[in-house]
Design a protein around this ligand. Structure first.
Ligand SMILES: NC(=O)c1ccc[n+]([C@@H]2O[C@H](COP(=O)([O-])OP(=O)(O)OC[C@H]3O[C@@H](n4cnc5c(N)ncnc54)[C@H](OP(=O)(O)O)[C@@H]3O)[C@@H](O)[C@H]2O)c1
Length: 187
């Protein structure tokens, strides 16, 4: 599910071109060491921990001095507002999710929407399930990239079904590093 979501949102919707600046939000990171994992293991040029930044606009300007061409939106709210200020002309936003809004009794407003007009931005939402008929195409693209080490992933594996409740609760406190998986049995 995460793989085809990333593939569809990135390649099918955002259609990246060589040299473009891409901002992907809500990658699993919490501590300084996890920012380093994003840079050293996953090959991002820069990364920041949203929990440590007082000013998201300043953080984005630090990471993207020339602005953002493609924003892979997973967060919404204040993050989207800050991103809109930093998008480049003709930028594209792939709307995948808005996790910052899911547990609020009242969702936040987004105030910088006029940037969509000024900067001729395209914003398009999608569901990964729309692309399930293309699962074979996704595997054809991604499996060779994994074998060649061009796509890498990190799993946080909890061993045994009895660890599942704690693993689930940990998702809401940012305890996991990488995709949380429960291995019921190795057989
Ligand atoms: N469109 C689709 O078909 C589709 C399919 C699957 C998922 N999604 C969306 O993709 C996103 C990620 O899903 P997932 O399954 O990968 O979730 P996940 O494994 O639970 O990870 C959620 C991530 O969001 C971060 N996060 C939470 N609140 C945040 C905030 N206010 N600002 C910035 N980051 C925040 C968490 O970081 P901390 O733990 O450090 O807080 C964590 O890294 C969600 O928005 C989900 O709705 C969409």
């Amino acid at each position: 599910m995460p793989g085809i979501t990333a593939w569809a949102g990135f390649y099918e919707l955002a259609a990246p071109r060589k040299g473009e600046n891409v901002y992907i939000s809500a990658a699993t990171l919490l501590e300084v060491q996890e920012v380093e994992i994003l840079k050293n293991k996953f090959g991002f040029d820069d990364a920041f921990n949203y929990k440590e930044e007082q000013d998201l606009d300043a953080a984005l300007k630090r990471c993207f001095p020339e602005g953002i061409d493609i924003y892979f939106e997973n967060v919404g709210g204040k993050m989207l507002d800050a991103v809109l200020l930093n998008m480049r002309l003709h930028g594209r936003i792939t709307a995948c999710g808005m996790i910052s809004q899911y547990n609020l009794s009242q969702t936040e407003g987004v105030h910088n929407m006029m940037n969509i007009v000024f900067k001729r931005i395209q914003m398009k939402g999608f569901f990964a399930t729309d692309y399930f008929p293309e699962y074979a195409k996704f595997l054809d693209v991604v499996l060779p990239l994994i074998r060649e080490g061009k796509v890498v992933y990190l799993e946080d594996i909890a061993e045994g079904l009895e660890t599942a409740p704690a693993a689930l609760v940990g998702l809401f406190t940012g305890r996991n590093v990488g995709k949380q998986v429960v291995a019921v049995s190795k057989e």
